[in-house]
Design a protein around this ligand. Structure first.
Ligand code: FES
Ligand code: FES
Length: 879
């Protein structure tokens, strides 16, 4: 231990620091300074933990604490009130944040950048932000915010924050100012009296028999309060959203099935002690050969990966028309195999969970999951307790993108709280996070697609094989969705599709923004380009001739009756597409379709309660998760529009006070369903207001909103003689333009959003999706060797930085959805569905190479980007 003295936010501080302790640990744990966040410690690659040390920006996770002895350290907490207001306002005006986990670090960097005398250009700003990662925004609006701050520091007035208006208003994000400054806590920022800190022990093997788990050394470690293993679970150890095939602890005598499997969890007086004690849990394994190739996994005789299910997790098959005859009669046929990679969500906030015993014997579980009522149900089952013994509360999370649908560490946290009778907080490291949560599926896709002499599609025969990894998660549904969207947004009279999800000992794969559709989009868009070349027409014309319109039949057999805005999105990009080609630029184009709502026969709900409070507010309770996408703002706008009350009247809250469970926040459905639930409740409040009551008269009143959608059809089935696979679809066309060197230059993204409840947030969702789609196309991957990711380094994983982003132009098209709130249909996922296909088309136009495998790292566009470079020695095995 060493004593250091330093100036922290203008005050002299002393601290005892351990060897190896980082400045970030001292700030957060010793001084309870929470604006610097831990997203990748000790990598120093995301910028979330930024502090100014002697006036210079430093990633505090990579600065040894003893090195700040005698120095000054500034965090956002020490910035003047006036300056803090400026940053908060600029981020709100520009909509420069979504989940907000990256934002405090960025804000401090921006303070440093804009304190310089020189006015920075947009390119210089983007380069200046290179030390920072944002997974949500695509950086466009962050750079907008920096420009506003620069101007304000030179005396120009900032535009006002929009704090009024209902549907259609560019209302500022709910809690945007607090998020920008790091004032709104995430789970890892919440303290509790007597708090214990937890750490988990994960398997180093993808497949091995567990011979013995010996916790004696860990239990004896000073500061350790409890160690939990499978033996301590009083209820059902197996969890899972669809199949209960995932043990929250692997027991002695069982096999581990993935490198994220949990063997033990330790609760201790500090995070450091918990981590050190976790390293003292002795686990004896008998390593077994892992099953790594999905094609091998589904062969007869392959070792069984999961004891609850054979290796074929799911098979989806459907057909319309005589595909073989239609292909034989086609003027042109293209065939090929496309392949996509496993990628990591890389939400910036790693998984965190807090469980606090309440005086009445219940447990208060703070979770950041994408379905808090599913979390409650599963944790209660693990504890062997009735659900009403758990009060569950969402802490809006720092990004999820599907990766927080499955349980991660909620059950282990709750168990330790029950075992100790004390509050317990468990936060994963970045490496543990990557090892544990499900990824985007690698899918191998074989296609044969035909067309007539004019380019009209005739038939498609499609076979898909996805690697679902060690646990079911929602992998079967991902492949089902991939199958349903296999022909993209095109009219294909004869269709034959088979999709298999296979268990392997790779990290599990499950939900990720786009849910299987990005993969098949990449393949079908490649087929469309190949056919267009054979017909002798360009990509825009080929797509326009085949675009689905009202009255046409979707891949699954659903006849589209409403709200098909694809043609409008094609027309919206037409001029830019031909102008860029006319200038001799390499241009790619792709279209996309993505369902909103789960559909496929699922019964879906939108639920809401409005409760009038004595302080003049109305608490808006809902059941879906805010994860940066802006749900709380959208629900507020819906309620404000219906009631005529100002948006600031509404205080959104997601917790277990009412039974508002509606499943996972997935499938672009929170606006569609949650919005309608809010409208339903708001109409009832409005009726009382219209009868002459004031809010003061209505204090204590509750207004329940609930809508049900129960008319979709399971694959292969009909209802009332109709196929209705999905309630609603989003439609899009994207154009990618390269510069003279083959690097990304410009993306034009035209999207039918039904109705833009908040146009600024719609744009922001699409910009962020395009950013994710470009990374998917060019640089992102998570290859594994023997089931273990070969890298956990953020730069190697390949998420694009601000300086890598091309210009993104978003065009919002509104083709109202009659079943959506005010015509809205959800926009969370479709933003990246067409992107990889459009990039592939642009690259082919540039160098004549047709790329059929992602990421396209062999391309000039990827080579112009300095992330995603995994040393060759680390990547000798793919998928
Ligand atoms: S947490 Fe320090 S740079 Fe990521
Ligand atoms: S807003 Fe940047 S990571 Fe979410």
């Amino acid at each position: 231990m060493k004593t250091i003295t330093f100036q922290l936010n203008g005050e002299e501080k002393r601290a005892e620091v351990h060897p190896g302790q980082s400045l970030l640990e001292v700030l957060r744990e010793t001084f309870k300074i929470t604006s610097p966040k831990d997203a990748c410690a000790p990598q120093g690659q995301c910028g979330c933990c930024l502090a100014l040390v002697d006036g210079r920006p430093k990633t505090s996770c990579s600065v040894p604490a003893d090195k700040v002895d005698g120095k000054t350290v500034l965090t956002l907490e020490g910035v003047s009130t006036e300056e803090r207001r400026l940053y908060a306002r600029a981020f709100q005006v520009a909509a420069g944040l979504q989940c907000g986990f990256c934002t405090p670090g960025l804000t401090l960097r921006i303070k440093w950048l804009t304190d310089q005398e020189r006015l920075l250009t947009r390119d210089e700003i983007a380069k200046g932000l290179d030390g920072h990662l944002c997974r949500c925004t695509g950086y466009v609006k962050i750079v907008d915010a920096v420009e506003l701050i620069q101007s304000a520091k030179r005396g120009q007035a900032l535009p006002a924050v929009v704090d009024s208006g209902g549907v259609g208003a560019r209302l500022a994000k709910y809690q945007g100012g607090e998020l920008a400054l790091g004032d709104r806590p995430f789970v890892a920022d919440i303290d509790a009296p007597g708090l214990l800190h937890a750490a988990v022990v994960l398997s180093p093997h993808a497949r091995a028999r567990v011979i013995r788990v010996d916790t004696s050394r860990a239990r004896a470690y000073p500061g350790v309060v409890a160690v939990a293993t499978a033996r301590d679970v009083p209820g059902d150890r197996w969890v899972g959203l669809i199949y209960k095939d995932w043990p929250c602890f692997v027991a002695e005598g069982e096999e581990v099935r993935a490198v994220g499997d949990v063997l033990a969890a330790v609760a201790a007086d500090s995070p450091r002690i918990a981590r050190e004690a976790a390293g003292l849990v002795d686990v004896e394994y008998e390593p077994l050969p892992p099953v790594l190739d999905p094609a091998e996994a589904i062969r007869p005789g392959a070792p069984r990966v999961n004891p609850k299910h054979d290796n074929v997790l799911s098979t989806t098959r459907f057909a319309r028309g005589d595909v073989e005859a239609a292909l034989a009669a086609s003027t042109h046929v293209v065939t090929g195999t496309w392949a996509t990679q496993r990628i990591e969500h890389l939400f910036l906030e790693p998984e965190a969970s807090l469980a606090v015993p309440l005086p009445d014997g219940r447990l208060h579980l703070y979770t950041q999951g994408q379905g808090i009522f599913d979390d409650r149900r599963q944790v209660a089952a693990v504890l062997g307790e009735p659900e009403d013994r758990l009060f569950v509360e969402l802490v809006p999370n720092g990004g999820a993108f599907g990766g927080k649908e499955d349980m991660s560490i909620q059950a282990q946290t709750a168990l330790l709280a029950r075992m100790t009778g004390r509050p317990v907080r468990l936060v994963l490291t970045r490496e543990q996070s990557i090892r544990m949560h499900p990824k985007r599926h690698p899918i191998t896709m074989s296609y044969a697609v035909g067309c007539d002499a004019e380019g009209r599609l005739t038939a498609a025969k499609v076979s898909l094989l996805g690697d679902s990894g060690a646990y079911a998660s929602v992998g079967g549904k991902v492949l089902e969705r991939a199958a349903g969207h296999a022909c993209g947004p095109y009219r294909v009279p004869a269709v034959q599709v088979e999709a298999i999800a296979a268990y392997t000992n790779n990290p599990p794969c499950g939900a990720m923004r786009g849910f299987g559709v990005n993969q098949t989009s990449f393949a079908i868009e490649g087929c469309i380009d190949l056919l267009a070349a054979k017909v002798g027409i360009d990509g825009w014309e080929m797509r326009f001739r085949n675009a689905l319109r009202v009255g046409d039949t979707f891949t699954t057999g659903q006849v589209l009756e409403k709200s098909v805005g694809l043609e409008k999105t094609l027309l919206a990009v037409k001029e830019a597409y031909y102008a860029a080609r006319g200038q001799g630029r390499a241009v790619g184009i792709a279209c996309g379709v993505k369902n909103s709502g789960i559909g496929n026969g699922a019964i879906e709900y939108g639920k809401c309660r409005l409760v009038v409070e004595a302080n003049g507010t109305v608490v808006l309770y809902a059941g879906f998760t805010e994860m940066g996408q802006g749900l709380l703002t959208i629900l507020t706008q819906c309620a404000a529009e219906v009631t005529g009350l100002p948006p600031r009247t509404f205080v959104p809250r997601i917790d277990g006070r009412f039974e508002l469970g509606a499943g996972q926040t997935t499938g672009s459905r929170a606006t569609l369903l949650g919005g309608r639930g809010a409208v339903d409740a708001a109409r009832k409040l409005r009726a009382d207001l219209d009868r002459g009551s004031s809010l003061a008269d209505l204090v204590g009143r509750e207004y329940a909103g609930e809508i049900v959608i129960d008319d979709t059809t399971a694959p292969g089935q009909t209802k009332n003689g109709k196929v209705k696979t999905h309630t609603s679809f989003g439609w899009a066309t994207q154009v990618v333009v390269l510069d003279g060197s083959g690097a990304l230059d410009r993306v034009i993204a035209a999207h039918d959003v039904g109705r833009a409840i908040n146009p600024q947030q719609c744009e922001a969702q699409i910009e962020g999706s395009v950013h994710m789609g470009l990374g998917y196309a060019l640089t992102e991957e998570l290859p594994c060797r023997d089931g273990m990711p070969v890298t956990f380094k953020l730069r190697e994983i390949g998420v694009l930085r601000a300086q890598h982003m091309p210009t993104v132009e978003v065009i919002l098209v509104e083709e109202p959805e009659p079943e959506g709130p005010f015509g809205a249909k959800g926009v969370g996922e479709i933003g990246l569905v067409p992107t990889a296909g459009a990039v592939a088309g642009a690259l082919h136009a540039f160098d004549g190479v047709r790329r059929m495998r992602l990421p396209m790292k062999d391309s000039p566009a990827a080579r112009a980007i300095n992330v995603g470079r995994i040393p060759d020695a680390e990547r000798d095995r793919w998928h």
